[in-house]
Design a binder for this molecule. Structure first.
Ligand code: ZN
Length: 494
């Protein structure tokens, strides 16, 4: 089996994966900002890094997977139209920001469960780590790489860039950053437009606030991840992941902060999944195409023709390479639904196949073993789930041809069938995390048909041929034919 290689965004090439402290692996993935509902853009990184987590564990590593919850910031502003200040104040007093944060955290967890993502080892919240963030900011200030202005603290990007390669991860140059800085707030306080906030002074109406050496305020977004990753994984740790849109300014800033505070670039391998589009367009408010996961699973967004099962969404995400863009549209999702159903049906049929006995080693034996090995090889090649699925579909074709009697099971040895029966469902279920969900048909249809076949056989045994024929004819009307053979009754689509 091939050695695991990972495409490292920092070096822009594939590198062999060598953990810093085997068998332990530390992985940090930037979690959601829970100021609103999780949307399509959240599904992709968390499904993909879930497979990374599963595969690393399969390889025998003891993985500590940390995925944070960003729950500090300007959340009390959400859904609030500008209105009379007194009324607004009254509302503000009734609104507990943590209530909002809890609501969206719960919805996020529900969506992650539906997508069959394993829970991370640690899920720290930004509000639960204010002390660690303040300590890190104090260390950066002590070393002279940040400055305080009027109760806010900013990181000195210009000084940092003179000594270190700021922009290395995102491939940006400081001159571009000067021109393109989008952080409008505090511009007049900063020495330089590219500097970013480590701590912000809280205006009087700001509800989420904490005491600090610089007065009442709240942390900047980037310092949250630096502080939580360092606390639970140390510095450096092995893998840092997230969406490509986080490379700048978030991860670039994380690298700068952690390097100053600890002397190390936070992670050895940086992995970024590419972005998604909806009907060919970038997701955004102006296109009204930001589809929440709840809308996707219930089919309630105007761009959706109907609901799509979370397992269909998971399959759809894994069918693409994580470093390619992925377009969500109705046709693609419907095709994914069919593909997943076929895969799950093959998995169900496989378990019912019985080897007739005998037979020597053939080309088919060799091919089945090669395809199974290729699943591991593809995953070891930078987690290529797209090619892994392609191999599984080739195997599914063999399974269908045996089931339909187009090929003979005696073409392979009993050992090969056993190996397939063990490994095929392992890759589908344990590694890719795909399963028959409540709405999917594959495995469920198989079970229902087995019930009907058993009932018909019981009817025949007690010579109730009218009932037996009725079952057969009614199944025929929905396009399912029963075939009585000496090994028993099997079914096939007409
Ligand atoms: Zn982060």
């Amino acid at each position: 089996m091939a050695q695991l290689v990972i495409y490292n965004s920092l070096s822009r090439q594939k590198e062999p994966f060598v953990p810093l402290h085997p068998p332990y692996v530390g992985m940090y993935v930037c979690g959601p900002t829970v100021s609103g509902e999780s949307h399509l853009g959240h599904a992709r990184p968390y499904v993909f890094f879930d497979v990374v987590f599963r595969w690393l564990r399969h390889l025998g590593y003891q993985v500590r997977y940390v995925r944070n919850i960003t729950d500090a910031g300007h959340f009390e502003e959400e859904d609030r139209p500008a209105e009379d200040k007194v009324v607004a104040k009254a509302k503000l007093e009734r609104l507990e920001p943590m209530e909002l944060v809890q609501k969206y955290t719960n919805l996020f967890h529900d969506a992650m469960d539906q997508l069959n993502n394993l829970r991370p080892s640690i899920e720290p919240t930004a509000t639960g780590h204010i002390i660690e963030q303040i300590a890190m900011i104090e260390e950066i200030l002590r070393q002279g790489w940040a400055y305080e202005v009027n109760g806010s603290v900013y990181f000195d990007v210009v000084r940092y860039a003179q000594q270190y390669d700021y922009g290395r991860l995102s491939g940006r140059r400081l001159e571009e950053l000067l021109a393109g800085s989008r952080e409008l707030e505090g511009q007049e306080e900063k020495r330089h437009p590219a500097d970013f906030a480590l701590w912000k002074k809280a205006p009087p109406e700001h509800l989420m606030r904490w005491p600090s050496p610089w007065g009442q305020g709240f942390p900047g977004w980037h310092i949250e991840c630096s502080a939580m990753a360092t606390k639970y994984l140390g510095a450096p740790f092995d893998i840092h992941g997230g969406g490509m849109d986080l490379q700048f300014p978030h991860h670039e800033s994380e690298i700068a902060q952690t390097r100053i505070a600890t002397g190390h670039i936070p992670a050895r391998y940086w992995m970024h999944n590419n972005m998604i589009t909806v009907n060919g367009r970038k997701m955004g408010k102006s296109y009204n195409n930001t589809i929440t996961l709840r809308e996707l699973f219930t089919g309630t967004h105007p761009l959706l023709e109907r609901a799509y099962d979370p397992m269909t969404v998971r399959f759809f995400i894994l069918q693409a390479h994580y470093r390619s863009t992925l377009d969500f549209n109705n046709d693609a999702l419907k095709a994914a639904e069919k593909g997943l159903e076929r895969l799950l049906q093959a998995m169900a049929l496989l378990q019912r196949l019985q080897h007739p006995g005998g037979g020597g080693e053939t080309e088919t034996d060799k091919k089945i073993r090669e395809l199974l090995t290729s699943c591991a090889d593809h995953l070891n090649d930078d987690f290529n789930t797209a090619l892994t699925l392609a191999s599984l579909f080739e195997l599914a074709s063999y399974i269908f041809s045996w089931h339909n009697r187009q090929a003979d099971l005696s073409d392979i040895r009993a050992e090969t069938l056993s190996l397939l029966q063990l490994q095929f469902p392992y890759y589908v279920t344990d590694i890719l995390g795909l399963k028959a969900s409540d709405h999917s048909h594959g495995e469920r249809l198989e079970r229902v048909l087995q019930i009907l076949i058993d009932l018909r056989n019981q009817a025949r045994q007690r010579k109730d041929f009218a009932l037996a024929d009725s079952i057969r004819q009614q199944l025929m009307q929905v396009g399912i034919a029963l075939k009585d053979e000496k090994e028993g009754t099997r079914w096939e689509w007409v």
